[in-house]
Ligand binder design. Sequence first.
Ligand SMILES: Cc1cc2nc3c(=O)[nH]c(=O)nc-3n(C[C@H](O)[C@H](O)[C@H](O)COP(=O)(O)O)c2cc1C
Length: 194
Amino acid sequence: MYTVGITGASGMPYAYRLLKYLAGRRIPVELVISDPAWDVIRQELPAEAQEIEDREKWVRRHFGSTTRLWANTNWSSPIASGSAPSAGMVIIPCSMGTLGRIAAGISSSLLERGADVCLKEGRRLVLVTRETPLNLIHLENMARLVKAGATVLPAAPAFYHNPQSISDLVDFIVGRVLYQLGIENDLVKSWGSK
Ligand SMILES: Cc1cc2nc3c(=O)[nH]c(=O)nc-3n(C[C@H](O)[C@H](O)[C@H](O)COP(=O)(O)O)c2cc1C
């Protein structure tokens, strides 16, 4: 079981692709989405995914029954406790606001608490950050989180694999995220392979 958090940074195609991939492999996911993220989802996903009639129904429709959505204020969620088993958490995309609150240990939402739990339990925490340019506060927050055990994986796709489409660029980042979570995948070819 993995925890996935989605915050209001740009980069919703990364989150959508990751969740589709995990659902396709029937890997259980505990999902939490910040309020600002819902607005960015409406802006950035293709038209058919922009219709959000009911949040839980939307998640079920797109990612099936192995993905469970939690309200970002629901402290009874397993995400909130170190006693609930989890193989780690990815926040994709991760806003600078959420990054700063996690770095400060604020835990004012379930999503931030989930990240805090991962760090205190020594579990994998992958932050797919999206902002440019970066100010000193962003950089210091990243450094603080890396020192605490997190992995900062900027949403910065490479071009050496000769991408032909936006989905090639998205897959590059999602492949790297899956690799960080310990999930073998063929979304990105390893350097030197044919
Ligand atoms: C379309 C759109 C794109 C945004 N892109 C970013 C971004 O790339 N990085 C970022 O840190 N914030 C971005 N923001 C601002 C965040 O949504 C805002 O700071 C919000 O308070 C983040 O809250 P959250 O971290 O709880 O989701 C964007 C907002 C909108 C509406």
